[in-house]
Design a protein around this ligand. Sequence first.
Ligand SMILES: [Cu+2]
Length: 333
Amino acid sequence: MSLLAQTTWWLPPDFSEHGWQIDRLINWLHYFMAVLFVGWGVFLAYCMTRFTWKRVSMAHYTPVKAKASKVIEVAVIIFEVILLVVFSMPVLAKYKNEPPTPADNPFEVHVVAQQFAWNIHYPGPDGIFGKRDIKFVKDATNPIGLDRDGDPNAKDDIVSNNQMPLPAGRHIIVKVTSKDVIHSFNIPMLRVKQDAVPGIEIPVWFKVKEGTTSDAIREQMARTVVVPAAGESTTAYELWCRNNLTFDEVKGADGQVVLKKGAEPGKDHLEALRAAGVKELRVGPRDPVEIHCTQLCGLTHYKMRGQVLIQSQADFDKWYEEKAKGTGDFIED
Ligand SMILES: [Cu+2]
């Protein structure tokens, strides 16, 4: 299936190595449910016309003895067992019982969910997670209660708010927990979903497909936006440009840059774009890979979103070192 088809009405595109197995199960379930839906619909229509009060005035109280219905029921059970045993259980077992080994060189990160944000905890360059304790929690400065003063391992730890940079091409282990209520850590594009439960740390692991970075995904999801002429409605232009970044640099007649590469085009750029004779812009989503909370966890649950930034190992290392230097600083949302 092409990416376009996936992004328009079917599942979001999948950039994980294991995701195709989940998609296969979801697809089979949908085909199967479609058959059942049509079958039951036809049966219902048949009953409504065949057993009207005019044609059948009395109800029968003896069970129906029809061979066809028995055969169909058994077939449905067999198919459901196949879905469960052949497609579902092996995937679940593999991803619950076979974590990446040290030889796979996994990258581990902790996620502490709260109403209504994702706190991402990195161990820092020493690779050891500092201790967390509820007594150190301060919402504004220390949302996960990291023991910065008491535990030397915590000194270089990095805590990020809703931003989750990850190195591409590595096995990733995420240990998920929650500070308050039950949340659900979901990255649809990486087919990752795990409940975040207070008091327990639940691991989940995945690997982003080889060669996939957020930049590459943005490029794949690019679309062309028409620049409206003067007097035309700008609604569509504004909608499509919101939270999108442009791939091209636009220069005016005097050689001045009117729209930077990687900037979000907006209403303010319109006049300059028109003057530069630009009819169309290629844009892609600013944060194509998002974290969603998929457990209704309170009033502003809908706002509980994070951004996964998949970077090359080199870019990630640069970010990591930079952030580790500023111990105690949090990345702004
Ligand atoms: Cu939530």
